[in-house]
Structure formats: C-alpha cells, structure tokens
Design a protein around this ligand. Structure first.
Ligand code: FES
Length: 58
C-alpha cells in the first residue's frame, strides 16, 4: 500500500497519516476525523477511511 496516497482530498490526508491515527487508537471514522481532519468535509472519503481502519487495526 502506498503510504503517500491521498485518502481525503478535502483535508489532504494520506494513507500514512490514517495509519498513524489508527495505531494511536483512533478506531472509528469519527475518531480518525478528529485526529486528522480526514472525512470531516464532503464525507466522500469516509468509506475508504473505514476500510483503512479495518486494515490497520488488525
Ligand atoms: S475527500 Fe475527505 S472529506 Fe472530502
């Protein structure tokens, strides 16, 4: 997985930043949003954020 890939275009948040947030304990879309800003604008990236949370919290 490319850690530099942008997940949330509104907030400019990358896969790597989501991974860090999940590893720091943000295990819901809402918590990742609070930690990174991702998914808090248009919301279009939220399904992708949910996928990444499932991937990284393993
Ligand atoms: S792309 Fe993430 S909130 Fe719009």
């Amino acid at each position: 997985m490319d850690m530099n890939e942008t997940v949330c275009f509104c907030a400019g948040v990358t896969v790597g930043e989501i991974k860090e947030a999940v590893e720091a304990g943000a295990t819901s879309v809402e918590a990742v949003g609070k930690a990174t800003g991702a998914g808090t604008h248009c919301g279009g990236c939220q399904p992708k954020i949910a996928e990444l949370i499932a991937e990284f919290k393993k």
